[in-house]
Design a protein around this ligand. Structure first.
Ligand SMILES: Cc1cc2nc3c(=O)[nH]c(=O)nc-3n(C[C@H](O)[C@H](O)[C@H](O)COP(=O)(O)OP(=O)(O)OC[C@H]3O[C@@H](n4cnc5c(N)ncnc54)[C@H](O)[C@@H]3O)c2cc1C
Length: 339
């Protein structure tokens, strides 16, 4: 909530101003709801893309230790827009860019948990419903606020938008993680769950007809599933999807069952195990997913449009293969790092 239920005005030095209404939680989310292109990526304190300088006014910092800011950044007076809440009118210095303006205006709503389905020992599909239609682009994410957890958690949708108001997520239980534990252990079917979204720029583009490569590391499966579903749902479409899913061991294979529902002659999928166990014997691909993508598609990687999601080291390895080794143009690369 903004202080004392008042609206505060945020001015961007040399640029536009926008309001932070009562009840708004962060400067970033207020900016995006106002259609301002404030740079950002994860929205939850991990990446540092929403750094800015405070020129005048006062802020409350929601998560002072957020890893998105280095010690050097802090010493130089930098703040994260996703962890800042103005306590009065303020002026900030940040370079905005229209490419960060939301493609769908994010809205805060109350969702209800409709169902939870186990896919593997540590991954489940969560289906929630809101009273309005589910409006987002395939590949985007929402912020969930599991009860008893400090701060928001970002989860990518795995389904397609629709008038039924259904949003689906695939969540991995992170050992020692507060938010994922709350989703698995505390939130029950029928419970309310605050949902804010959609966010994210790694959404499906339909401004070209290049074939698509989806690369999912672990729970990066969710947005890749949505992207693939979006492409395959276009009845008259001709774009093909090459789907790569990387998991660690055979125990994780259950999560790949969601790919079965995607079968079609425009899709081909490859599952890669990075640490296969001796038993039961695995005869499929092994190794790191970025190596498998290169092995399967080189030398003509630049003819594809790439979407990928997963842990930051996996995203970095894929970026290096695409951009440094194969000169895939930046406009053909869309990704989310799961901080
Ligand atoms: C864009 C994006 C999309 C994602 N999509 C998925 C997905 O589809 N499926 C999936 O399983 N995971 C996804 N993640 C990861 C997910 O958001 C969580 O990081 C993960 O579930 C671990 O959360 P946790 O609460 O269990 O662990 P914790 O270790 O408790 O929390 C991890 C995350 O919560 C936030 N956080 C922690 N403490 C605080 C605090 N005090 N104040 C504010 N924020 C805090 C931080 O962002 C941190 O990275 C995504 C992440 C991002 C950035």
């Amino acid at each position: 909530m903004s202080a004392a239920g008042q609206t505060h005005r945020v001015a961007i030095e040399g640029g536009v101003s926008f309001d932070l209404p009562p009840g708004e939680d962060t400067l970033l989310r207020a900016a995006l709801r106002a259609g301002v292109g404030l740079p950002h990526e994860c929205s939850v304190g991990g990446c540092g893309a929403c750094r800015f300088e405070l020129v005048a006014g006062e802020l409350q910092t929601l998560w002072p230790q957020a890893p998105g800011l280095s010690e050097r950044d802090r010493k130089r007076g930098k703040h994260l827009a996703c962890q800042s809440r103005p306590v009065g009118d303020c002026t900030i210095r940040v370079r905005c860019d229209d490419s960060y303006r939301p493609v769908v205006a994010p809205v805060r709503q109350t969702a209800r948990l409709l169902a939870r389905r186990a896919l593997s020992p540590d991954m489940s599909e969560f289906t929630v419903q809101v009273s309005a239609g589910a409006t987002f682009r395939p590949g985007q994410y929402a912020l969930l606020y599991p009860l008893g957890t400090v701060g928001a958690r970002a989860y990518s949708m795995s389904n397609l938008p629709g008038a039924d108001g259904v949003w689906q997520f695939i969540v991995r239980r992170v050992p020692g993680g507060a938010g994922s534990a709350a989703l698995f252990d505390t939130v029950a079917v029928g419970d309310a769950l605050p949902l804010d979204g959609p966010y994210g720029h790694a959404h499906l583009r339909d401004d070209n007809d290049r074939d698509i490569v989806c690369i999912a590391g672990g729970s990066g499966l969710a947005p890749m599933l949505s992207i693939a579903r979006g492409v395959l749902a276009q009845a008259a479409g001709t774009r093909r999807v090459r789907f790569f899913h990387g998991v660690r061991t055979q125990a994780d294979l259950g999560s790949t069952q969601v790919l079965d529902g995607l079968a079609g002659d425009r899709l081909s999928s490859t599952v890669v195990l990075s640490s296969p166990e001796a038993q039961p014997a695995w005869t499929g691909r092994t190794g790191f997913i970025h190596e498998e993508v290169e092995r399967a598609l080189a030398p003509d990687l630049a003819r594809f449009e790439f979407y990928f999601a997963g842990p930051p080291p996996m995203v970095q390895a894929v970026q290096e293969v695409l951009m440094l080794r194969h000169r895939v143009p930046f406009e053909q690369i869309h990704f989310d790092r799961f901080f």
